[in-house]
Design a protein around this ligand. Structure first.
Ligand SMILES: Cc1ncc(COP(=O)(O)O)c(C=O)c1O
Length: 372
């Protein structure tokens, strides 16, 4: 059976070039980067080189890169790390953040911190004016995601990080869905903390980074041998970091061309799907990720469209991967005004490097067969 994977926002396959580069570090080049013998020095050298590569991809300094176990850990380290350093105060975030941001914020509320969850408009955008108005004398952190993992909406991040900088507030962004898809330049943007995950950009699972602007003090969450500048103890995942840096480098290199190609395919899919009666696109029509099409089919009978499409080899998603097994309505779709019923009649398609025009035509046909 034909297999068409349209769930790249949940994870991506490892690029073969990335895997090849990782392989020696599992076997003959297995050293611990803290050891002083030749095996250790070899691991240290490749770790340093990978850090340089990752820093270059986002135009940061090598000393500003902290390798972590992925997006969730990076978000936790950013938010709790700065909060524990401050001890008390006010945080501003949005109500459509990933759980990796929302749940640390909820935990901090239990510990006495104040948190404002900004609403979004019908496209899922935070209003920078509203952000500015929510700042108090106690605000020490603003955390707003670069683009949403469900509906693909891109936030006016540059405006918001400028507001943070003007007010002397640390700005964190979860760039898990945008790294390798949208330009990220730490020298140009007033971002202080930024999270990236490897498995969303054709790298391995279980590795990511937190960019920490020089001078931003964080308290570590994991204590031990003081690896990663004391911010993240634990023997470094050398093969993972090698693969991650290479994957990030490759995605940044082909970003412009690949984004244009994905936008063409995405728009073809949206156009074909919207021919179905009473269907609409969720998220912003233009300010959206090049690979995201999120559609509500409000006329659809109560069928499980993800499972039906799966029977034809098509992988899509009813919500973000971490909500897939939950019957709860997505907090993102509620925030943009969808009812529970509409949310459950919505589907996310996220395209990737191996998708073709023929794939999209096949998917459109199957959607029409099932609900047209
Ligand atoms: C926006 C966003 N943030 C954070 C994460 C968590 O990343 P990881 O799976 O690397 O922990 C995800 C993954 O779904 C995501 O989409």
């Amino acid at each position: 059976m034909r297999k068409i994977y349209l769930d790249h926002a949940s994870t991506t396959p490892v690029d073969l070039r990335v895997m090849e580069e990782m392989l020696p570090y599992f076997t003959e080049r297995f050293g611990n980067a803290s050891s002083t013998h030749s095996f250790g020095r070899d691991a240290r050298k490749v770790l340093d080189d990978s850090r340089k590569k990752a820093a270059k991809a986002i135009n940061a300094e090598t000393g500003e890169i902290v390798f972590t176990s992925g997006g969730t850990e990076s978000d936790n380290l950013a938010i709790k790390g700065i909060a524990y350093k401050k001890g008390k105060g006010h945080i501003i975030t949005s109500c459509i953040e990933h759980k990796a941001v929302l749940n640390p914020c909820r935990l901090l509320e239990e510990k006495g911190f104040k948190v404002t969850y900004l609403p979004v408009d019908k496209y899922g955008r935070v209003d920078p004016k509203e952000l500015e108005n929510s700042i108090t004398k106690d605000t020490f952190l603003i955390s707003i995601m670069h683009a949403n993992n469900e509906i693909g909406t891109i936030q006016p991040i540059e405006e918001m990080c400028d507001i943070a900088r003007d007010n002397g507030i640390v700005f964190h962004t979860d760039a898990v869905q945008t790294a390798g898809k949208l330009p990220l330049d730490m020298k140009k943007m007033n971002i202080d903390l930024l999270s990236i995950s490897a498995h969303k950009l054709y790298g391995p699972k279980g590795v990511g980074l937190l960019y920490v602007r020089e001078g931003i003090g964080l308290k570590p969450l994991i204590h031990g041998g003081e690896h990663e500048n004391g911010l993240r103890s634990g023997t470094e995942n050398v093969p993972g970091v090698v693969g991650f840096s290479r994957a990030l480098e490759l995605s940044v290199k082909k970003m412009d061309r690949e984004s244009r190609r994905l936008i063409r395919l995405r728009d073809k899919l949206i156009k074909g799907a919207l021919e179905i009666d009473r269907s609409w696109l969720n998220g912003h029509p233009e300010k959206r990720l090049p690979n995201n099409a999120h559609i509500t089919f409000s006329s659809m009978e109560d069928i499980d469209l993800v499972s039906e499409l799966d029977k034809y080899g098509i992988a899509s998603s009813a919500a973000s991967a971490c909500l897939t097994y939950s019957t709860k309505t997505s907090h993102v779709l509620s925030a943009i005004g969808l009812s529970g019923k509409e949310a459950h009649r919505s589907l996310r398609f996220t395209l990737g490097k191996d998708n073709t025009k023929e794939d999209i035509e096949y998917v459109i046909n199957k959607i029409h067969d099932l609900i047209g």
